[in-house]
Design a protein around this ligand. Structure first.
Ligand SMILES: Cc1cc2nc3c(=O)[nH]c(=O)nc-3n(C[C@H](O)[C@H](O)[C@H](O)COP(=O)(O)OP(=O)(O)OC[C@H]3O[C@@H](n4cnc5c(N)ncnc54)[C@H](O)[C@@H]3O)c2cc1C
Length: 537
């Protein structure tokens, strides 16, 4: 007689960022035995790793925080409109202690493999240290922006100066004082760090492949009256957030198409939003900014004019003007004095679109035209293998021959961004084809964890042990995702939403852009119809 091995846990969680931490709390409340395995030597995910100067959230902190406990949201005090990385990390550590989450986190543990055996109905994970752990359910809380990537350019290992990636920034910080330094990349991390590095460095060379749209954050200490009012309305605001496109309440939706306003009215509207700061309000200026190119052009032109009037050197200004994508179709960046920084004598912008970096040298780098730069330090703000990178780094397979790297070789396929057909009992938090990165992500993490917890509870109540996404449901969802994306301007941008920053990655539009409201309504409908599209036994 074979004796079935008792699983080590009820649920394995991989990752201890916002999603993994909440999953521990939520599933434990259901009496489940859980444990999160985290590669870092601390919790916090994004906010643990991205310690570069200037790192802060671009959704206002009163929104970018957990909603699951009203006492927590009442007692926590955000000092500024947009929290800094240290402040957000402090908050996540506070939450972990307050809810005693740490006892179920195993740090310094990278999971390298996750295998499902249909005979035992168990997932077994293997860690870098060789430890194995089994459980009937496995949750990938591995993050969308957690796999930092250096560019694949000849000689990168020959460079002998200091080398940093914004997503792997040293805990002790970096002092650029007196150094000739380079920043490669002008996405959000580059834009946030450049003004601060410029203030320290002897000289800063910014190597820009793509000019990006950025709006002023207008960060400031949080006004006590604003905080009081927000806290008074917190519960209703959090609820209302689910009925919005981006999962953020408090921004009245637009009621006009851009063409319905005169050009003077549009100018006044954009000007007011520019002065207010923040991206949601700006994108909410008119109904069709993300749907109609002509409408979008009016907003894009406004921001380009702002860049030209801010940056004194006309050539530099022109190079900084984005012209290969409509505004908002890549994550809209918020900055503090980014464009102003190019008026400093110690900052030089180097365009590398038509004259790319050919190779790194021992002392710096060389462009294709032969011009070389000697640099004491280089910061790579070159982003992540977004959305699918962290899961593809794990050898995820089943005894029936399913393999995540094979399944996703032409791009991700999921049902609701929560499950992948053929990988039973494995859930994802904010997986591809969910609104994840197109939303206030803490809200999306909470939504997914609640959905997963409810599904497990439902199964346990009925004595069921096995859940998988139906292939047809997955096909339908993938098709719906593509249709929704194609009805917008999003696919016009060569962004990390389509994997454009990773050479060789299939070009598929990965996030769901139908909005949080449409998505959460779909999830509710799925549950109301008895977990439609999921097969349970
Ligand atoms: C610089 C930056 C700023 C951002 N600002 C905002 C913002 O303003 N608003 C917003 O909504 N979102 C923002 N985001 C997105 C942010 O990632 C999410 O808001 C949120 O932090 C995601 O939490 P998570 O737990 O899903 O993933 P993460 O925070 O990425 O955590 C995943 C964790 O899993 C661990 N992990 C991955 N693979 C393994 C493995 N194989 N084994 C063990 N552990 C593993 C990682 O080490 C990591 O700690 C930002 C992202 C970045 C990079």
């Amino acid at each position: 007689m074979t004796v079935m091995k008792k699983p080590d846990l009820d649920v394995i969680i991989i990752g201890a960022g916002v999603a993994g931490l909440y999953a521990i709390y939520r599933l434990r409340k259901q009496g489940l035995q859980v444990r999160a395995y985290e590669a870092g030597d601390g919790i916090g995910g994004t906010w643990f790793w991205n310690r570069y100067p200037g790192c802060r959230c671009d959704v206002e902190s009163m929104e970018y925080s957990y909603a699951f406990d009203d006492n927590l949201q009442q007692e926590w005090k955000w000092p500024e409109r947009y929290g800094t990385q240290p402040e957000i990390l402090k908050y996540l550590n506070y939450v972990s202690q307050r809810f005693n989450v740490m006892r179920d986190v195993q740090l310094n543990t990278r999971v390298t493999a996750a295998h499902f055996d249909s005979g035992t109905n168990l997932w077994t994970i293997t860690t870098e240290q060789g430890e194995t752990v089994s459980a009937p359910f496995c949750i990938m809380a591995t993050g969308n922006l957690s796999t930092p990537r250096f560019p694949k350019i000849t000689g990168i290992d020959d460079y002998t100066g200091e080398k940093y990636h914004t997503g792997l920034w040293p805990k002790e910080g970096v002092d650029f004082t007196g150094k000739v330094t380079g920043v490669i990349g002008t996405g959000s991390s580059g834009v946030q760090s450049i003004p601060i590095i410029a203030k320290q460095a002897k000289h800063l060379f910014v190597f820009q492949r793509t000019a990006n749209f950025s709006l002023p954050a207008r960060n400031a200490p949080l006004e006590p009256e604003k905080e009081r009012k927000h806290k008074e309305e917190y519960v209703e605001r959090r609820k209302a957030a689910y009925s919005t496109p981006f999962g953020i309440a408090g921004y009245p939706p637009p009621d006009k198409f851009a063409a319905e306003a005169t050009s003077a009215e549009r100018e006044a509207s954009y000007e007011a939003k520019w002065a207010e700061g923040g991206s949601i309000s700006f994108l909410f200026a008119y109904k069709d900014l993300l749907l109609d190119k002509a409408a979008n052009d009016t907003a894009s032109d406004f921001v380009r004019a702002k860049i030209r009037s801010t940056v004194k050197d006309p050539k530099t200004a022109e190079l900084l003007c984005p012209n290969d994508h409509p505004i908002g179709t890549k994550r809209l960046i918020l900055d503090t004095d980014y464009f102003e920084t190019y008026n400093r004598d110690n900052v030089t912008l180097v365009g590398i679109r038509s004259n790319p970096i050919e190779r790194f040298t021992r002392s710096g780098l060389q462009l294709t035209d032969g011009k070389s730069y000697d640099l004491d330090a280089i910061s790579f703000a070159t982003g992540f293998d977004a959305m699918t990178g962290a899961m593809r780094e794990i050898d995820i397979r089943t005894d029936k021959g399913a393999d995540i790297r094979e399944k996703w070789q032409d791009g991700p396929r999921t049902y609701l961004g929560i499950m992948v057909s053929g990988f039973p009992n494995m859930f994802m938090v904010t997986g591809p084809q969910s609104p994840g990165v197109k939303s206030q992500m803490i809200l999306s993490c909470e939504w997914h964890v609640d959905f997963i917890a409810a599904a497990i509870e439902h199964m346990r109540g009925k004595g069921l042990t096995h859940i998988d996404a139906e292939g047809t449901a997955e096909d339908g969802w993938v098709e719906h995702n593509n249709q929704v994306a194609d009805s917008t301007l999003y696919p016009l941008a060569n962004s990390w939403y389509v994997g454009a920053n990773i050479p060789g990655k299939p070009r598929i539009f990965m996030p769901y852009v139908g909005g949080v409201e449409a998505y959460t309504n779909k999830c509710k409908q799925v549950v109301d119809n008895g977990y439609e599209g999921f097969q349970m036994s």
